[in-house]
Design a protein around this ligand. Structure first.
Ligand SMILES: COc1cc(-c2[o+]c3cc(O)cc([O-])c3cc2O[C@@H]2O[C@H](CO)[C@H](O)[C@H](O)[C@H]2O)cc(OC)c1O
Ligand SMILES: O=c1ccn([C@@H]2O[C@H](COP(=O)(O)OP(=O)(O)O)[C@@H](O)[C@H]2O)c(=O)[nH]1
Length: 469
């Protein structure tokens, strides 16, 4: 298509947090690649970058190849903001409107991160079709769509009393302990998102039909929004950010350590971009690992500094029990900083993953066929953990004491690790299922796969709906 007309652009409005920003950008790149079926993508991408409220986080943002990064000017804000990410994003509405209105190319669609739901108003004001990008699970999406109708009743009874189950259509009954972090304020926002998602032209979600058939069918059948049809949902995942090592770049220390290990012999432990541990918990993990007799690669981070959300590099000498590193030398490796997680999960030596259940981490593990022990910490992770065990069957259960700051005892970790690494029928089934999920994930995003087709459908829908200025 080269008739001298500028190609229509899809405007992405990602949230700055690591798992959100990269996920949405990769999803946009998929749209470029899957779009028209010809060699030139039918659309370009314009990424409107909202300055992070406090923590700086580095991501490559070089314009080119049909992607244009446009940095919005920083908005002066009250000292108490950011409170909730959506409140902060809302401050950018005037800049977002001005930036979109000033684009030279016709705008086919605006896609907002779910935390950017308040920006749907901007798209409506400019009469541009609006889509939501949901970087988490179909299950969390089903819950949000269901919440406006059930919140009052569920909150006033089960959530307040911290007992009972919640009906998330398409899932087995969800114990209240497995619901996302239960602060009233969060749920008020969830209700808001669920209500406003109904105004979107479509919802693009980072999952695949093969991973979450039940909840996706429930949304499509209208079981989450009785009396009203939810917008079409496009499961285009797994959308992953896999960074192959550059030519000539030497392997990371963690990878070098894994290189010497037999296949599927190492337990990998990592808690995402925000997880860290206090000394008491470190002692339990150390004892559990040591007693399990399994090899391990443990990413151990220290507490955030100041008001940052993100952990610091751990001081291993202070945190680990005396003599632990000496006793486990050759058997285990503790890494105190950011680790190349996707490269580690891709390594043949890794046989299991103890994870905080961030959705990106789960998808990365499934992509490489690695079974998991779920240790959720915050956000929607308890719901993800429940889904891994009760619906997907790719994990053995790990009992986490939610009432004790998500504490896990040494004996419990030892049991789960042994089970996952071959000591139980449950572990064997989880490994088998994880291998099947690996194939399902890869098939879904191949040409002709379900997620590939969903990506084509959403781009087609964007092209059909846009009006040339
Ligand atoms: C998806 O449901 C929830 C997500 C979050 C949440 O909030 C958040 C806020 C920040 O200021 C920085 C963050 O990094 C961040 C991350 C985050 O959740 C993670 O998002 C990932 C998607 O990219 C992925 O889904 C992980 O599983 C999430 O843990 C908070 C929340 O309630 C408080 C949610 O329900
Ligand atoms: O040491 C680390 C910790 C995390 N990650 C990456 O950070 C992302 C974490 O996202 P997730 O959704 O799992 O959890 P969150 O950090 O948002 O809670 C994933 O892509 C991980 O691969 C990483 O590469 N190295």
């Amino acid at each position: 298509m080269d008739d001298g007309m500028p190609r229509p652009t899809v405007v992405l409005l990602p949230m700055w947090a690591p798992g959100h920003f990269s996920s949405m950008l990769q999803a946009g790149k998929r749209m470029l690649l899957c779009g028209a079926g010809s060699s030139t993508p039918a659309v370009t991408l314009t990424v409107l970058v909202i300055p992070p409220p406090m923590d700086s986080w580095q991501c490559e943002m070089a314009s080119g190849d049909g992607i244009d990064f446009h940095h919005l000017p920083a908005v002066e804000h009250r000292a108490d903001l950011p409170g909730h990410p959506s409140e902060y994003i809302q401050l950018y509405a005037p800049h977002v409107k001005e930036a979109i209105a000033g684009l030279a190319a016709p705008v086919a669609a605006v896609v907002v991160d779910f935390f950017g739901t308040p920006l749907l108003d901007v798209a409506h004001d400019l009469a541009v079709p609006a889509y939501v990008y949901f970087a988490s699970t179909g299950a969390a999406l089903a819950l949000m769509l269901r919440l406006p109708a059930i919140y009052e009743e569920v909150y006033s009874t089960r959530l307040r009393e911290k007992q009972g189950v919640v009906d998330v259509p398409g899932m087995p009954p969800v114990p209240v302990a497995s619901m996302p972090s239960p602060e009233l304020n969060d749920y008020a926002w969830f209700v808001y998102y669920g209500r406003r998602f109904m105004e979107a032209r479509g919802i693009v979600v980072n999952t695949a039909v093969e991973l979450e058939p039940g909840v996706l069918a429930a949304i499509a059948d209208g079981r989450c929004t009785p009396g009203d049809r939810a917008p079409p949902v496009y499961p285009i995942g797994p959308v992953l950010t896999l960074k192959p090592r550059a030519d000539g770049q030497s392997p990371h220390e963690c990878v070098r350590w894994l290189d010497g290990r037999p296949p599927a012999s190492v337990v990998f432990i990592c808690f995402g971009s925000r997880g860290w541990m206090r000394t008491g918990q470190v002692r339990e993990v150390a004892a559990g690992l040591e007693r399990s007799g399994q090899s391990f690669l443990w990413v151990l981070r220290g507490p955030p500094a100041g008001s940052s959300l993100y952990p610091t590099d751990a001081n291993l000498g202070d945190l680990l029990p005396d003599g632990f590193l000496e006793r486990t030398k050759g058997k285990g490796f503790v890494w105190p900083s950011w680790a190349p997680q996707t490269e580690i999960l891709a390594h043949a030596a890794v046989g299991a993953f103890v994870t905080h259940c961030g959705w990106n981490s789960i998808l990365e593990s499934l992509w490489h066929g690695v079974p998991m022990a779920p240790w959720p910490l915050y956000a929607e992770q308890p719901l993800n953990a429940f889904e891994l065990v009760a619906c997907m069957g790719v994990s053995v259960e790990l009992r986490v004491c939610t009432g004790r700051d998500n504490f896990v005892e040494a004996a419990e970790l030892e049991r789960a690790v042994r089970s996952l690494m071959g000591g139980s029928e449950e572990g064997r089934r989880a490994r088998e299922k994880a291998t099947k999920m690996k194939a399902a994930c890869r098939n879904a995003v191949e040409k002709g796969g379900t997620s590939y087709a969903a990506t084509q459908r959403v781009v087609q829908d964007m092209l059909e709906s846009y009006v040339i200025k």
